[in-house]
Design a protein around this ligand. Structure first.
Ligand SMILES: [Zn+2]
Length: 229
């Protein structure tokens, strides 16, 4: 008898309540997907941090955020880096830098909605897909002016993507010379960074093709055995 009574008193949702619940779950999922348009899959363990008012870092673990913040701070120490950050921050658009293992092979990707705003001075919000687990010496080597492969450190690599981002966010992107534009400014940064550290530098060949980026062998490029920081 006692058993029957407790069963009768237990809460049983009506069909309407179940429908409302299903609708709420659907809205929640839709919002999760819309909140993260740059990512093709949902990962609830991702965390986001603001580096500045319009630069957001999305990571899978806190160590990645520390690395990203450190690299961005170091880039900002140079004149070219500071100029790039100022342009990004004044653009009125948002930059999302997010970790992706698939960015390891491509050495980073900078994307934006393909619209005329990328070239007409208005700009768009942009994302950078980057492999934030990389070592400081970088995961790739690039073709140097001398014809040999040279280091593409994490700083060079991230600065290169920031240049793409800067121009897409300000509508100054050179559609027909996107890589040339980024490499020329990456080269300025290479000089600035070497001057800052009183070291020598190698410049990157500014007319790249498909062979221009290769994976490094534990930080070693074809011409050198000393990892460059
Ligand atoms: Zn590029």
């Amino acid at each position: 008898m006692l058993h029957k009574q407790s069963l009768n008193n237990s809460y049983r949702p009506t069909l309407n309540q179940i429908n409302v619940l299903l609708i709420l779950i659907a809205i929640f999922y839709t919002q999760m997907i819309n909140a993260n348009p740059a990512s093709s899959s949902i990962n609830y363990s991702k965390e986001r941090f603001y580096y500045s008012s319009n630069i957001i870092i999305e990571v899978e673990h806190f160590k990645q955020a520390i690395k990203a913040f450190e690299w961005l701070d170091l880039i900002r120490l140079t004149e070219t880096g500071m100029e790039t950050f100022n342009a990004i921050e004044m653009s009125g658009h948002q930059l999302l830098i997010y970790h992706s293992p698939s960015a390891l092979l491509s050495a980073g990707v900078t994307g934006a909605p393909l619209s005329q705003n990328l070239t007409n001075g208005i700009g768009e919000s942009v994302y950078i897909k980057f492999y934030l687990d990389m070592e400081d010496y970088g995961s790739n080597c690039v073709l140097g002016e001398s014809g040999s492969y040279i280091h593409y450190s994490a700083l060079h690599n991230l600065m290169h993507e920031l240049v793409h981002a800067r121009h897409k966010m300000n509508g100054t992107w050179l559609y027909f010379d996107s890589e040339g534009q980024a490499i020329r400014e990456e080269n300025k940064f290479r000089i600035d960074w070497a001057t800052y550290r009183s070291t020598s530098y190698s410049l990157r060949y500014d007319d790249p093709d498909d062979e221009a980026i290769i994976m490094s062998q534990n930080g070693h490029c074809a011409i050198s055995n000393i990892p460059e920081q």
